[in-house]
Write a protein that binds this ligand. Sequence first.
Ligand code: IYR
Length: 226
Amino acid sequence: MPHKLVNGHPHIPYTGTQYELTTSVERANELYQYADCRRSVREYSDRAVPREIIEQIIRTASTAPSGAHKQPWTFCAISDPVIKREIRMAAEAEEKENYESRMSASWKKDLAKFGTDMNKPFLETVPWLIIVFKQIYEMGPNGEKLTNYYVNESVGIACGMLINAIHHAGLATLTHTPSPMNFLQKILERPINERAFLLLPVGYPADDCHVPKIRRKGLEEMAVFY
Ligand code: IYR
C-alpha cells in the first residue's frame, strides 16, 4: 500500500492486527483474567531484575497516546543504592508529616485496611525505582517554552501502560505518591519543565508477600451501556 501525504506529512498504512471473532473474544477474556491478578505490592524481594527488562517496559509505556504526540514524559530508572536511600529518607520525611498532621482521620480510616504507615523500606529493598516525570512544557532547542497538551491525561495513560508491562513481565509494582514529591526533582536534578508524577518500585514480591483482600467492582457497578 502506498504512503500518503496529509498536509504535507507522511501517513503510512495501518498495520495493527485484526482477529477472527472467536479469537478476539478469547484474547479479551485472557487479558482480563491476567489483569485481574495484578495487585499493588508493598513487600519486595531484593532479587535482581536485569536492566534490559526495565528498558523494555519503559519502551512499552512510551507507546502511549499523548496530546499532539508530544510524549510529555521522562522515566527515571534508579538502581543506585545511594540514590534509593536518599529517596527513601526524603519520602519517609514527607510521609511522617502526612500521617502525623496532613491526613484527616477519615483518610487514615480509609487506609487502615491496607496497613500503610510512614515507613517505606521497599524503596531500598527493590532493585529498581521508576520515577515518572511529566513535562509541563517542552524545552525548545534555544530554551524556549513549547506547549504540551493534555499532560496529565497523557502521562497517566503512559503510567497505566507501564504498570501493565511490569505485571506482564511477571514483576510487581505499586503506585506510590509520597506527596509533595518535589524532593524527587531535586534529588534527580531534573530540569525545570519536569514535575514528579508517580513513583513505582519495580521488583519481585517478597517470599511471604501478603496483599489486602479486596473486591473489584462488577461490570454492572462501573459500566453503563447505551
Ligand atoms: N502516601 C501515603 C498514604 C496513602 C494514600 C493513599 I490515597 C493510598 O492509596 C495509600 C497510601 C503512603 O504511601 O503511605
